[in-house]
Each structure stands twice: as structure tokens, then as C-alpha cells.
Design a protein around this ligand. Sequence first.
Ligand code: 5BU
Length: 459
Amino acid sequence: MESKKEFFLECYKLGIIKFGRFTLKSGIESPFYVDLRPLASDPKILKNLANYLLEMLPLDNFDLICGVPYAALPMATAMSLESYIPLIIKRKEAKSYGTKKLIEGIYQKGQNCLLVEDVITSGKSLVETIAEVEQEDLKVSDIVVVLDREQGGKQLLESKGYRVHTLFNISEVCGILQETGELSDEEVARIQDFLQGNHIQFAEEIRPSYEQKLQNAQHSVSKKLLETALMKKSNLIASADVTTTQELLAFAEKVGPHIIALKTHIDIISDFDYEKTITPLKEIAAKHQFLLMEDRKFADIGNTQELQFTSGVFRITDWADFVTSQVIGGFESLDCFNNVGVVAIVGMSSKGALTTASYREEALKVAQSHPNVIGGVSQNKLPEELLLFTPGVNLADSGDGKGQQYNTPEHVFKTLHTDFIIVGRGIYKSEDAEAAAITYKTEGWNAYINSLEKKAIQS
Ligand code: 5BU
């Protein structure tokens, strides 16, 4: 099995913890929201979760497993399947007819039952469940919990003599997310403050709309992108990672009406010929009103980048509206791109990328100060004046087996305040590329609209 940290990050991607501003049942405002139910929808994760939970436990102690309804039911079932410890089911309410049983399944009085819970907060609902199980003359000695919100529940149960085994606690997961750059130091400090029982102040954090961004845009390419997004009701950039001119042109023609830009890796076209490849591509772009983004990821000194940009067979300067560039060569390395927009590579989507929080901080300083830069590629939030381009978006997969890591449009708009999503295989590998482009366009647009609204309220 992967490390516990890697496993947590896989789980996190399913949207089990959200950060922001949430009103709890009690009326208290919380800086995070936990819902572990999505874990049951990924069979591999559910199976791994069961094994992580079992690993923590003295298994010889238990005759039965019981999940606290409802979220822990699939978890308890998976643990039973992995350990061969029989499962019993506790109802939320006793049946009003027939046997009026509260516990279903085969068990004998005096047996020791392991309780499984998804999240522990104050522990009060677990105390009630334990009492109901004990009423059936079953023993409870241990409770296993996936996530401890660290709000006193563990202590309460331990004070009553129960052993509580927790897989993750909220401080630990905040630490992991701080390390990966998902949470800022400020957010982590606020969460810690909340966990210590303090009432916390929230700054209103609402993402700017495309209209607002357009008003503040300085660069002509930023303006064009935002205007195109509003006109087409699309924030989709299709990545055309195909290897022949014919495929490239056919793809551009199909998806053109639904995208704001077509992203190319022009050096992977095996039969590249400026007249046969670029001239018709520009015509299609003009016809369907999309921009051309060459994902060249320049990474050299200024003089070399200038040659790579203007010369060779590709003559990128003659046709691309905007290009991607690393900022590793420093501020002046970007000066040569003065007739296009530059999207700075701030953070990469692949597993183990070296674009750590401190690298990103330095990269942002260059990006924010250079007039040619219109935005950045990142898997983290960017300052509002930059446009955020997010690749690693796919509705069907969570990875590609080659290091790529995927998120959904909903996740990237809501948590990162992404401006534009970049989708490659989700569209060009699809049997019907046009239909797939329409799906991503619709999902992306709806996710953008939802991200303009205030955060959801937890019931
Ligand atoms: P995919 O098929 O949706 O995984 O393609 C993603 C595209 O975005 C592909 O062309 C990559 O080169 C590009 N990309 C990325 O995936 N992640 C990054 O961090 C950067 C670019 Br930068």
C-alpha cells in the first residue's frame, strides 16, 4: 500500500474535506467541512481504507463489526470482507413492526463488537450508539474512526473507558495540505484557532467574475480571452496532443465552436509544414473564434528563448496568441515574448513535481512583475490579477499511470478559483470529441457560475 499521506491525498481528491466558511447545525461557523461519503464510491479507495483501519486494531479482540449509520456502513462492510469478521447492522431507528429489532444480523449475547465511525466530533452520537449496542448485550471496547475533527470526542469516549483508534486527525491533514500548498499558512492558523474553541472571523472570499477581471485586464490577450469566454460561455481550452497535421486540423474543426483556445505542442506534429499545418489552423481559429496557445514551456536564457520563439521550422512568434514559459530563467528571459501573452508555469499537475510552495512563491514574483505575463499554470490559487490556467482536468479518471493527476472542473473552480480549464485526453481520446468538448464546456461553465456564489451551508 502507498504511504498514509499519499492515501490521504487520494481520498482528499474525492472532495471529502472542503475549506471555506460553513455554518454548522449548532449555528457555529466552521472553516472546514467534512463528508466522507464519497469514499464509498471509489472501490479501490474503500478497500485500501478498510485495510488501513484494520491495521491499527488488535483484531483478535473482535467477534463482530458494526458501522454507525449511514456513512460508516460501507466502511464496516469492506472491513468485514477484508478481515472475515462478521458484520452486524445497526438501524437508525427500531422497526415499528415485526421484530422491532435495532440490530440486524447474526450475533450472540456477550460478543465483543468493534464500532466503525467515519468522523468523530464531540463524540455524543457515538455515546448514544454504544449505549444502544450494549443494550443488546453486546460488548464494545474499541471504536475505529477515519477522521477525528479534534473537538473533544476522543477524550469523551476515552474518559468512559473506550479505546478510540483514529486514522487521520484534522491537524495532521491540514499539515499535509499545507505542505502540498493546498492550504496557506494563514488558513491553517485559522483552523487551529477554531479547533482551540475560538470564534473566528472570516474575510469574505468571493472570486472575481470574468467581467470584473476584464475591467482590470491590462494585456490585450487577457482581454481577448475573457471576452471570448463571455461570448461563448466557455472557459475550456482543449489540448490537441495529436501527432499529425490531419488530426490536428480535424480536431480543431470539431471542437473549435466550444473552446476559447486550442493548446498545441507543435513539436509533436510529425509532418509539420508551416503552410500545411499553421496556415489552415489559423483559418480554423479565425472561423471559430478561438485563440492559439503554444505550450512550449520555454526554459532557457533570454537569447535562446528568443531564437526558439522566432526561428526554426515552427516560427511560434508568427502564429501563437500566447505561449507557456517557465520562469526559471529569471525576469529578463521573458522579455522576448513582447508580441504574445505569456502563461508562466507556476505549479505542475504531475505527481512529485518540484514546484514546491517556495518555488511557486519565487515564480510568482517574476510572473506578477513582468508585463508580458497574463497568468499562470498552477494547481494552487493565484493572485487575482493573474489568469489561472489549470490542466489536469478529467471527469472520468484520477490519473493516467504516468504521473498525471486529475481533478474535476467543480473542484478546480471552487477551491482554486481557476479561470480556464485545460483538457487533453478527456476530449481528444473520446470517441466523439465534439460531444466531449460540449460536456467539458458545460461542466466548466456551470462550475464557474457556482464558484461565484457564496460557500454552501452545512446542514
Ligand atoms: P491531459 O491529456 O488532459 O492529461 O493533458 C494535459 C495537457 O496539459 C498536456 O498537454 C500537458 O502537457 C499539459 N500540462 C499538464 O498536464 N500539466 C501541467 O502542469 C502543465 C501542462 Br504546465
